[in-house]
Write a protein that binds this ligand. Sequence first.
Ligand code: NAI
Length: 331
Amino acid sequence: MTIAFFSCHPYEQPFLEAANANHRHQLTFLPQLLTPETVHLAASHDAICVFVNDQLTGPTLQRLASEGIRLVALRCTGYNQVDIPTARQLGIRILRVPTYSPHSVAEHAVALLMALNRKTHLAYQRTRKNNFTLDGLMGFDLYGKRVGVIGTGKIGMMFSRIMLGFGCHVLAYDKVRSAILQQLGVEYLPMEDVLASSDIISLHCPLTPETHHLINEASLAQMKPGAYLINTSRGGLMDARAVVEALKSGQLGALGMDVYELEDDFFFADWSGQELPDAELNTLTHLPNVLVTSHQFFFTAEAMEQIAHTTLNNLTYLEQQRLPDDCLVVG
Ligand code: NAI
């Protein structure tokens, strides 16, 4: 089939081409984000393939349907960017990559935590300028600290195991408790207790109407003063305005974020030398106790290979009517 890949960066193309070797689909690589203004580029393809910040809103789906597109492959796991009722109503099938190296995400969460704690991002800037002083760089031992994990699915489980390896006491909140994690010593508690008792909180639950702004003024006030927050899941889990206030007051000790609620305006683009027209993101990128990375948790060679492989397989399996259920968002 012919497939238009939106938001496709040069670093992705070799992985997609390699994965396509066995399938021989015709691939068109487009750097553009899918928007109502760029949707016409889908014309004359059988399917499109999109990433996390391509918005499959009602009007865009309508345009896709009018171009004859009935198949959208997401090369990501989450599908909160899709207007599912409209896709269903228009008969547009939506496929996803149900899993890819959960290690890549969990390890990135740990990288953010380690850098913030030991201030390696600040030390790096200093030593580059021949400043070898230590003032302001003191961290703490992770050993013995309480780490709260919200959502203990594939990624939360990996992250919990790594934290247990550091000798941390892992507290968790999830509607579904993992017997494996409990056997390893993870303690499940109500969300308020996880927030109140943890030195570090890491978010690993999906973005749903229920979890939207899970971290808000009220939940931030419930946290231990000076707690660290790590968000590698979805930007919409945090109310950025409340988080900025909590960082300024010291209620939140540090923030590591790889996702931002309004990231599609900024992430994956070069804004060097320009003032960001977003007050919260501007503040967050400048605070010394905040480390922002731009949705790079998936960016390991292993994860890229798996994403490309599953995406191309999904399209072929759909043609052959043997697509696994967990790959189908809208059937
Ligand atoms: P998963 O589906 O294996 O785990 C999600 C967990 O969150 C489940 O255990 C679920 O019960 C729990 N959960 C659902 N609602 C909750 C709530 N209100 N409070 C607490 N826990 C709740 O998903 P996985 O793979 O671990 O990914 C987690 C999230 O990370 C994804 O939804 C996505 O937003 C993000 N993500 C996932 C990637 C991946 O490769 N799997 C890549 C990048 C981001």
